[in-house]
Ligand binder design. Structure first.
Ligand SMILES: [Zn+2]
Length: 83
């Protein structure tokens, strides 16, 4: 069964899978939910959220398209966190 990536969390644009072929998926490297021209971001929740802060190790997954992420990085609503 083919499951498509979730759409962009910001603009709602549909996203295509980066791995399109069964041989890629069968290697274990090709997660069919991984989007092309987008990022998949995981968050474990943070203290202060009243929507998602489960404290059980689970994570929320969102996709953000390259257009929206690029715009956010340019306007300062997203930043790179250094390790
Ligand atoms: Zn978007």
């Amino acid at each position: 069964m083919m499951i498509s990536p979730m759409p962009c969390v910001v603009c709602g644009k549909s996203l295509e899978p980066v791995f399109r072929y069964e041989v890629e998926r069968s290697t274990g490297l090709g997660d069919y939910r991984q989007p092309a021209q987008a990022n998949t971001l995981f968050g474990h929740g943070t203290y202060g959220s009243e929507v998602f802060d489960p404290l059980d190790g689970s994570a929320i997954r969102v996709n953000i398209c390259d257009d929206c992420l690029g715009r956010a990085m340019e306007n300062g609503t997203a930043e790179i966190a250094q390790p």
